[in-house]
Design a protein. Structure first.
Length: 75
């Protein structure tokens, strides 16, 4: 069984510390769609979803960019 990625927890920690700009920077370089989906769940669980409109927009934009078949990041 695969271990969950620590990346969403790190982004949540940045938001809790009051640094949404650093969180957005991390979201823009998200490792995968799976990690972004985990971040969405973590934001909802921590009741942080909707608190920062810029963060929500960055998550949506990154999901769209990584989900597009022609726009992918090489490893």
């Amino acid at each position: 069984m695969a271990r969950p990625s620590p990346w969403p927890d790190k982004v949540i920690a940045l938001l809790r510390a009051g640094n949404p700009a650093a969180a957005i920077a991390q979201i823009k370089v998200a490792p995968s769609v799976k990690d972004l989906r985990a971040l969405e769940k973590a934001l909802a669980k921590e009741r942080l979803a909707g608190r920062w409109k810029d963060v929500d927009a960055a998550v949506a934009d990154s999901l769209q960019a990584l989900s597009a078949p022609r726009l992918h990041r090489s490893p």
